[in-house]
Every structure is written in C-alpha cells, then in structure tokens.
Ligand binder design. Structure first.
Ligand SMILES: C[S@@+](CC[C@H](N)C(=O)[O-])C[C@H]1O[C@@H](n2cnc3c(N)ncnc32)[C@H](O)[C@@H]1O
Length: 377
C-alpha cells in the first residue's frame, strides 16, 4: 500500500491504530479499501467518475474550446461496465462503513440514477437526495437543452433499520435562522483562489469540488474526531475540509500527481479552533427534564393557561406538572396528542405561554433548567 501521510494529527477521539488516519492511499479504491478494517469509517463522501460520455469537442459560440472533463479516468466502454465498477466500489465502501455511518455520493444526470439504483440493490437506505444548485453554472453553449445548473448528492444509511447515524439537525437549524435545513443547497462552483492551478495557470484537477459543499456535508453528518473516507480523492477537497473542521480523513486516489497536489493542499490547511467546531449538544442527548420541575421552579406557575401556536386549544397547568383539558388530566405530551386527535405529540414544542403579545414555547423553560444544571456541573 503506497501512502502519503499528512501531518493532520487531530485526535479528538481515540480510533483504532490500524486505521490509516489522515493519509492518502495511492491505488485503486476497491483494492485499497479491502486493506482497511471493517466498520472503521463514520462517513463516506464519494465523487466517482461521472462517465460523461462526451461526443467530440465542445466549443463556445466564438469557437474557443471548452475545457470539458475528457480524462481517461472518467471513461467507461458501456453503461454495463460503469454499473460493474459502481457496484464494486459501493460494496467495498459498505464493508468499511460503521453501522451508524452514512454515505454521500455526488453525481450528475449522466450517472446518479445508476448509482442510486445500485445503492438500493445493495440495501443502502436513501435518506435524502440533496440538490447542489450552482450560482454560476457553465452555460449551455449550443442552446439545445436547459443549462445544467445542478448536481445531485444521494445521502444514504447502511440499511433501512440503521439507527444512530449523525445528523446535526438542531445546529443546522440554528445556523439557518431557526428554519429547518432544506435539501436544496445554493453554492457556487469552485473557482477563484480556491481553485488549484499549476504555475502556468492550468487547473490541477478538472472536477475540484467547492469546499463550501464539503463543509456543509461534514457539518451536517459528522462530528469532530470522526473518520471521513473519500475513495475518489482527486485534489483532496474532502481532506482539506476534514482537517479544517477537526475530522480525520482517509483518501484514496489512483493518480499520483493528483495525490501529490492534494497532500500539498492539505498540509497548508490550518484547523479551526476546537471551540469553534465542537459538536453542539443535541436536544435528544441532553439530560431529561420533567415538566413538573419547570413548574416546581416557578418558571410556569400552577393555574397558567397554555395554548398551541395557533391558539386553537387551551389547557390549564396543574401544580403537579400535569395539564388539565376540561376533565381530562395528563402529561404535556398526552394532552397535546388528545386535543389534536393524534397518537403522539411533543408537548415541549406544542404548548406555549402568553408572553406579552407573543407566544413562548414551554421548551424555553426546559432550556433554562438544563442551562442551570450544566452551570452547577
Ligand atoms: C470526480 S474526481 C474527484 C474530485 C474530487 N472530489 C475533488 O474535489 O478534487 C474522481 C477522482 O477519482 C479518481 N479515480 C477514478 N477511478 C478511481 C479508482 N478506481 N480508484 C481510485 N481513484 C479513482 C480519479 O483519478 C479522479 O481524481
């Protein structure tokens, strides 16, 4: 196994010694992945060849040649050959992925449907397809089709019953002005100072992905100290972003020149401070707080009226931390479910107190109790 080590010694969590962390393995990804221990990787980001099937030169209206991806590594003799290749690397990835791990694969209309079908055939479970919409796509020079302005990323768990995979929902929502994170991402293609170029100004790699895209993937679906594998490392975008965000990386790349460029790029990356990348505590991992504690602490007083967000239902808070809806008494969750005619309800987010003209969810008071508990150690 040829390898290039990058001094990104980020050991935020102990990981088995036999996993070659922060390393670029040079070779075919299927062969290299077979040398890794099983279930050793938390997250995979794969940017495989797209099999673009270009037919002849592509020229602009002024007849200048478009710098298209016509490299040998992107060419396959048939769809069948591409499918065999896809299945082989997906199986290799599957073996090294932890049961809690997830896989992202990026592609375009040329290949992503074939990849999606192979993923499902191999029992991966698709969680989302995320559309990367480009702010600055390459124009359609012939005017015979729509401008191809997006790529698709499939995000998949190992199986339909996979539990415990990382999705930093609350942090993503908080960073998105408290709106749920969406599956369409508007991000420019990689250019400017970020684009690796040779001394003569030639692009080092034809398909270098933007770091902003990888940052969003890693911040969404991994934690600091996780092991992130990229089986098609190219110019090392995944490794550069992983190092910056305090994740470990393993890259596999067949082409020595790309691997060398990736190593130099990653060596120059300065990691963010631990404080700025530390995982935000997820609500479901936070210590349990009973609504009766909120009432005991006087944050919501007995006799107070709670309403839902649209003020359609009103209940009374009882001194023991239960709610009364007419003659029915129960927990914040049960009464929330009953008034809506549902089986279940998260009472913390459903019920609100009047706060002047506005409404405040009772979850706010749970946060206060938790913050006090954290301060008390
Ligand atoms: C689409 S590019 C990845 C670009 C990368 N995401 C970046 O930002 O630079 C695919 C890369 O996979 C490499 N490659 C193709 N087939 C491979 C294989 N079987 N094993 C390892 N690398 C391979 C190619 O040399 C190419 O650099």
């Amino acid at each position: 196994m040829a390898s290039q080590r990058n001094g990104a010694a980020l050991s935020l969590r102990p990981v088995s010694l036999s996993v070659p962390l922060d390393t670029i393995l040079i070779g075919d990804c299927v062969a290299e992945l077979e040398k890794l221990p099983p279930a050793s990787v938390d997250l995979v980001f794969a940017d495989p060849p797209y099999n673009l099937q270009l037919q002849g030169d592509l020229r602009r209206p002024d007849q200048s040649l478009v710098d298209a991806v016509d490299d040998a590594w992107d060419q396959f003799e048939s769809f069948q050959a591409y499918d065999i290749f896809t299945r082989a690397w997906l199986l290799a990835v599957r073996r090294v992925l932890k049961p809690t791990g997830t896989l992202w694969v990026i592609g375009s209309y040329h290949n992503i449907f074939r990849v999606g079908s192979a993923l499902q055939d191999l029992n991966f479970w698709i969680l989302n397809d995320v559309v990367w919409r480009k702010t600055n796509p390459m124009p359609n020079f012939r005017g015979r089709r729509f401008t191809n302005a997006h790529e698709t990323m499939i995000w998949a768990a190992k199986g339909a019953d996979s539990k415990g995979y990382t999705f930093n929902y609350e942090a993503l929502k908080a960073g998105n002005e408290d709106l749920q994170p969406r599956s369409d991402w508007l991000i420019p293609i990689c250019n400017g100072a970020e684009r690796l170029k040779s001394e003569s100004g030639v692009k080092v790699h034809p398909t270098q992905k933007p770091e902003a895209l990888l940052a969003r993937v890693l911040l969404s679906a991994s934690k600091p100290g996780d092991v992130v594998l990229d089986p098609f490392f190219g110019s090392g975008t995944t490794g550069a972003v992983a190092k910056r965000l305090g994740r470990h990386y393993i890259g596999v790349e067949r082409d020595r020149d790309y691997a060398a460029a990736a190593r130099a790029r990653i060596d120059a990356v300065v990691p963010e401070t631990e404080e700025s990348i530390a995982a935000a505590p997820a609500k479901r991992e936070a210590p349990r707080v009973a609504f009766s504690t909120v009432v005991e602490r006087g944050l919501v007083r007995p006799g107070a009226r709670l309403v839902d967000e649209r003020r359609r239902h009103e209940v009374v808070v009882r001194a023991d931390g239960t709610l009364a809806h007419g003659s029915v008494v129960g927990s914040i969750h049960r009464i929330g479910a009953i008034v809506q005619g549902r089986d279940a309800c998260n009472g913390w987010t459903f019920w609100h107190v009047e706060d002047g003209a506005a409404l405040k969810p009772i979850d706010t008071f749970r946060d206060i109790v938790r913050a006090e508990a954290a301060r008390a150690g």
